[in-house]
Every structure is written in C-alpha cells, then in structure tokens.
Design a binder for this molecule. Structure first.
Ligand SMILES: *Cc1c(COP(=O)(O)O)cnc(C)c1O
Length: 386
C-alpha cells in the first residue's frame, strides 16, 4: 500500500548537483557555502544578519545566550510547540513557563499573554524572553506582542521553524525580525526547505549577531577587534566565552542555497493544497483551520469534533494510518511531558492548549502531493469520522 507521509522534503537534481559540487571542492565545512547561505536567507527575509547552525534547537540556544538568559531568569513560550522552544531556556538554567493558546489557531493567545504579564508584574516574575511560535506557519500577532515587549521590558525570539516564507499582516516576511530580537528557522526535511539537519537565527542587531557567531563556534574569535589581547599573529585566536560546536557544514549550506531558490514555489504549492482541503472538506464533524494567504502552511491541522464522532481519537488516527494516510499529531503540550511535569506543571494548567491537543490531527501536506492524494485523504477522513 502507498503511504502518504504527513511531510516530505522536495529535493531535485539541481539540489543534488549543488551538494556534489561541494563534495568535489576544498571545503566540506568552514568554506564559502555557509556565508553564502546566510546571505541568501538575509536576501529573502530582509534582516541584517543570519547565523546558520546545525539545527533550529541550536539556533534557539545561542539566541537565548546572546540575549543574556541565565539562572534566575524566566522564559515564556507556547505549550503547543516542539519541546525545543522550551528546552533552550533550560539549557541556560532559566525557568520556563507557558502562555495559553488561542483556540482557533493554536498560536499564543494575546489576551492570555496580557493577563499573565499583568500578574507577573505584580509578583515581580516578568519573563526576560518570550518565544512566540508561529504554529503551522501562521504568524502570531507580532505587532501586538512587540508593543507588549516595550511595555513590560522583555525580549522576543520568534520560533519560526514552521514559517519560512510566511508573512505578517502588513506583508513583510517572517525573518525580517522587525518585531523581535531574533527569528529562528529550522531546515529539518519536513520543514519549508531543508539542509537535512540545520537551522538559522536572524537578527537586525549587530551585537546579537556577533555573540551568536561566537556561541556557534566554541566562543572562539579570530577577529582582532574582539580580542582581549589583540595579536596579528596568523595562528592566534582567543576563547572569550563558553561556546559550542553548532556549525553548519558547507554540504548542508549548499543544499540550503539551492533549496531557497524554490521557496516561493514551495509556499505557493502548499497554499494551494491548504486551499483545496478547505474548499473540499465538507464534513461537519471536522473543524478546519481558517485559510490564510499569509501562512506558509508547514502543517495542516484539523480539529475533530470528538463529542459528535462515535469513535475515540486513537480509533480515528489508527484507521487513517491503516488506510495509508500518514496522519500525525502536533503537539503534545510541552508541560505534559514527564520532564516538565517534574517541574510542577500538571494537566489543567493551560486548558485551551490541552483542548486543542485533544482534538488535533495533522493531515499530510507537502509539495509532492497530487490532487488524487488530496481527494483520497479527504474521502477517507470523511468516511472514518462518519
Ligand atoms: C522543528 C522544530 C524545532 C526544532 O528544529 P530542529 O531543526 O529539528 O532543531 C523547534 N521548534 C519548532 C516549532 C519546530 O517545529
């Protein structure tokens, strides 16, 4: 039986050629391909600087470090996300809390954020960093979040792992970082473009960019201007802080540069599929995501009206899998995981997120799907829930 994956990379002969060219060159890493990919990202999104790394998880970590997050500090993010959006704060020794989501989008709820900030101000527990997550590729209401950051004095890292190619309601592209200190992308194969593993952190702040580059590579600099005891000896370098090896290789970056050329096409193709689902899924037992031309449509997540369906969640899920439809579930709320439960979170803490999770099922959406796949998914889903 044919299996329709929920997500899939789209790699063509040009991508393969670009990678092979690097393999035949003098540099497999630390050559010209990474700076070129960084320029391509900046060129596409419009920020001043991009720092390419080996994953979005690493990008989130160095962004937190560059913003000075440490023990005693607080980081807030959304419970409806991949664990990395919260783990980056734990890496820095900070404490984590969550802001409940909006029922209809799964994005951080602005009203819940305002209330939580007001309470936090009274108890002197304001966050140092807020990480909104553009769930499924639909951008959060960043202009409002940005305004709140000025009012309450917190920094913003956008987890835009889903949202490369998406735009804000004013038309500017996610990644331009006009509403945040740093924007993070992921290039895992299921995401908008791929470098196999990889990520990037974009910013308009030179100092933040410089610090992130330092943390990417052991905390080491070869830049005389940054040194404590500058020397012009060609062998000399200094470790200024404790960094990591989070570098992206030239092999990966070449794939990224080749992929980003097709990003506009990928986004259009995903929007078309989302639009097709929205106009052809008719079952009253399913709540569809609101269609938006601003979303990059990394994921297509519908809500099952379980109270009106004669099957439970797992029955629906398993039956679809049995029919070859690679449905998935995004996401188990982060505070449900045993690691976070140990930190005093429990069921009931974020009711909208928990309700959203109970009903969410992710349908396949990627650029390789044809109309016949979409029609099959639609008819099977409607049959299974009926
Ligand atoms: C994929 C993803 C990440 C992690 O990306 P990696 O590149 O795999 O480290 C982080 N946050 C969100 C929301 C993601 O979807």
């Amino acid at each position: 039986m044919k299996i329709i994956d929920y997500g899939k990379h789209d790699v063509d002969e040009n991508d393969i050629e670009s990678v092979v060219k690097v393999l035949r060159s003098n540099f497999l890493t630390q050559g010209p391909a990474v700076p070129q990919f960084e320029l391509d990202l900046v060129g596409f999104c419009g920020a001043h600087d991009a720092v390419a790394v080996n994953s979005a998880t690493s990008a989130l970590h160095i962004a937190c470090l560059a913003l000075g997050l440490g023990p005693g500090d607080i980081l807030w993010t959304s419970p409806i996300t991949f664990v990395a959006s919260a783990n980056c704060g734990m890496y820095c020794g900070a404490s984590i809390d969550f802001v409940d989501v909006d029922n209809s989008t799964g994005n951080m709820c602005i009203e819940a954020l305002k209330e939580k900030l007001e309470r936090a101000r009274e108890t002197n527990r304001l966050p140092k960093i807020l990480i909104p997550v553009h769930f499924t590729g639909r951008p959060c209401r960043m202009a409002e979040i940005f305004k709140l950051s000025k009012q309450y004095g917190f920094r913003i890292i956008e987890d835009a792992s889903h949202a490369l190619g998406a735009s804000y309601s004013d038309g500017s592209l996610v990644g331009c970082s006009k509403y945040s200190d740093v924007t993070v992308f992921s290039f895992h194969p299921v995401k908008m473009i791929t470098t196999a593993e990889g990520g990037a952190a974009l910013t308009n702040n030179k100092k933040i960019a410089q610090d992130m580059r330092l943390y990417r590579s052991h905390g080491i600099t070869r830049d005389q201007e940054a040194m404590i005891s500058p020397s012009s000896s060609p062998w000399y370098y200094e470790q200024l802080d404790l960094g990591y090896n989070y570098r992206m290789s030239d092999i990966q970056a070449a794939l990224g540069s080749s992929q980003i050329k097709k990003l506009r096409k990928f986004v259009l193709s995903r929007r078309k599929i989302a639009h097709y689902f929205n106009s052809h899924l008719k079952s009253p037992l399913i709540i569809l995501p609101k269609y938006s031309d601003y979303s990059s449509w990394h994921l297509y997540v519908v809500q099952l009206k379980l109270e009106s369906i004669s099957k439970n969640y797992d029955e629906v899920f398993n039956e679809l899998r049995k029919k070859g439809i690679g449905v998935n579930r995004h996401y188990i709320p982060v505070h449900f995981h045993p690691y976070y439960r140990k930190k005093d979170f429990s069921h009931g803490d974020f009711p909208n997120a928990e309700n959203f999770f109970q009903r969410s099922i992710t349908l396949p959406l990627h650029t390789k799907l044809g109309i016949e796949d979409l029609d099959y998914i639609i008819s099977m889903l409607e049959q299974v829930v009926r």
